[in-house]
Design a protein around this ligand. Structure first.
Ligand code: GLC
Ligand code: CA
Length: 521
């Protein structure tokens, strides 16, 4: 496991530990549950999914105000999820199967129950006061006009009774923002990096990498931007509570630190849909890669997807690779956004673009969102976090009562049933991942989109060894495409009923909502 740049051709699989597999019947997924299912993810044969790396959402001690993204101890495992010894087994088991492990690094904020914050809030003169962002109010209100990113949380400031000052929280009031300008905080955070690298992790997913620094003078966001909770494009105006240049310095420091430990991966979460800003965050000496946020914000429209992929390809540094996800724990699932057959076409697109594909657990089954009757999450994201559906009965996830009810689609969107059905979504994912693994054009090749009729997206992937064409029909009616001259071999289709064989590039028939992969020559 020492290959350099392993990440450049990796397929990543996101596990939301609470929802993947529960080993002790308390209804909450845990680390041992993950260990028990490693073979499903990659057992070295074509029967498993075949992913290369696991990204684990936070499993650290947390009061769960934001389901683990509010951390009260950076160097331990929440008892609900297990122990450090379990984590060690997880890393060992993953490595034995050729999978890397990436953990979530949440540096922007801690939990309000973290001992650092308890100290910081205890008095204005506490040595840790400056570890967080404290300020006096203005005219009886918060220090400035910044908003929390969550609709339900109001302003980004909460007044603390003990000292009468306000503290900054970019998310919930239970997630105070750290002051990463303070050298002691930087040192403490560096210790966290070292700790997890010593546990054998192969890299980090960087939570809200664009938020790590805010304007030192805490200036108001200019009027047209003041109403936006997230990043908003306004090229001539500066947004003071995010996307500050200092973030890049810290990320470069982390990159050096990581490189000093071996070939690791920094995968950035940079929720900025403005690609010209996003590209500043990955490639070169910053993070290796970052999620292409605009990609998952597109409507079901071929031109929209082509446009966003081409725009980012044109702006990014030549050898920088974005990460393409269709779903995460923060956004509605693909099937719910686009539909079941659309999701198969989207999957073919994700696995054949130039970048790192990232699969959200259960996506391979075509699981849909199932919001519970009573919301638990502060930002209404429960629907996409329902437990993994291993079997139609819910067995496999837990022997107890799941922390969130299973989806209404559990009868069909489950591993047991789909494993046995050749045309299932699960088997399509397995085929796509296996094909990608064997293809130098898909793993390392260049990308070029081709002009094609409305509601189709056609592109070429080429390496010195092979040339592939991908043709995706976004429309709900068949079409015949002229893509070039000569014969090609149809290698894969999202339509399980369609068999491989030779086609003429002069007229390639595509079914309604069908995607195909063709080998030229
Ligand atoms: C990231 C996480 C999200 C969390 C937020 C605050 O966006 O993906 O789940 O709520 O950061 O940590
Ligand atoms: Ca459990």
């Amino acid at each position: 496991m020492t290959t350099e740049h392993w990440w450049r051709s990796a397929v990543i699989y996101q596990i939301y530990p609470r929802s993947f597999a529960d080993s002790n019947g308390d209804g909450i997924g845990d680390l041992r549950g993950i260990v028990e299912h490693l073979d499903y993810l990659n057992d070295g044969t074509s029967r498993s999914l075949g992913v290369d790396a696991l990204w684990l959402s936070p499993f650290y001690p947390s009061p769960q105000a934001d389901f683990g993204y509010d951390i009260s101890d950076y160097q331990a495992v929440d008892p609900a999820y297990g122990t450090l010894a379990d984590f060690e087994k997880l890393v060992e088991g993953a490595h034995q199967r050729g999978m890397r492990v990436i953990v979530d690094l949440v540096m922007n904020h801690t939990s309000d129950r973290h001992p650092w914050f308890l100290e910081s809030r205890s008095s204005r003169s506490n040595p840790k006061r400056d570890w967080y962002v404290w300020a006096d109010g203005r005219d009886g209100g918060p220090p400035n006009n910044w908003l929390s990113s969550f609709e339900r949380c109001g302003p980004a400031w909460t007044r603390d009774e003990t000292t009468g000052q306000f503290y900054l929280h970019s998310f919930t009031p239970q997630q105070p923002d750290l002051n990463l300008r303070n050298p002691q905080v930087r040192a403490a955070i560096r210790e966290v990096w070292g700790f997890w690298l010593k546990q054998g992790v192969d890299g980090f997913r960087i939570d809200v990498a664009h938020r790590l620094f805010k304007d030192g003078q805490l200036r108001d966001n200019p009027e047209p931007l003041a109403a936006y909770r997230r990043y908003h494009r306004h090229p001539e105006l500066r947004q003071y509570n995010l996307d500050q240049p200092e973030s890049h310095e810290l990320l470069r420091e982390l990159r050096c630190f990581l490189d000093g430990h071996g070939p690791g991966l920094l995968l950035g979460e940079v929720p900025i849909s403005d690609d010209s800003r996003l590209v500043e965050y990955f490639g070169a000496d910053g993070m290796h890669t970052a999620f292409h946020i605009a990609f998952w914000e597109q409507p079901w429209d071929a031109a929209a997807f082509r446009g966003t992929v081409d725009r980012l390809s044109g702006l990014a540094r030549p050898d920088a690779l974005p990460t393409y996800a269709l779903a995460t724990h923060d956004i509605p699932r693909t099937v719910s956004r686009y539909g079941l057959r659309q999701a198969r076409v989207a999957a073919m697109m994700m696995f054949t673009l130039r970048g790192l594909p990232c699969v959200y657990y259960g996506e391979e089954l075509g699981m849909a969102d199932s919001p519970p009757e009573r919301a638990l999450d502060v930002d209404d994201r429960d629907g996409q976090r329902v437990p993994m559906q291993w079997e139609p009965t819910g067995a496999g996830f837990t022997t107890g009562t799941p922390w969130l009810p299973f989806g209404h689609d559990i009868g069909t969107a489950n591993v047991l049933v789909q494993d046995a059905a050749p045309g299932s979504s699960l088997n399509l994912y397995r085929r796509l991942i296996r094909y990608r693994r064997a293809s130098t054009a898909l793993r390392f090749g260049d990308y070029e989109s081709l002009d094609s009729p409305a509601q189709t997206f056609v592109y070429r992937r080429r390496s010195p060894e092979e040339e592939l064409l991908v043709a995706l029909n976004f429309a709900d009616r068949p079409i015949v495409l002229a893509i070039g001259e000569g014969p090609a071999r149809l290698e894969l289709s999202t339509d399980a009923a369609r068999s491989a064989g030779t086609v003429s590039l002069r007229s390639v028939p595509l079914g309604a909502l069908e995607g195909v992969l063709l080998r030229v020559g």
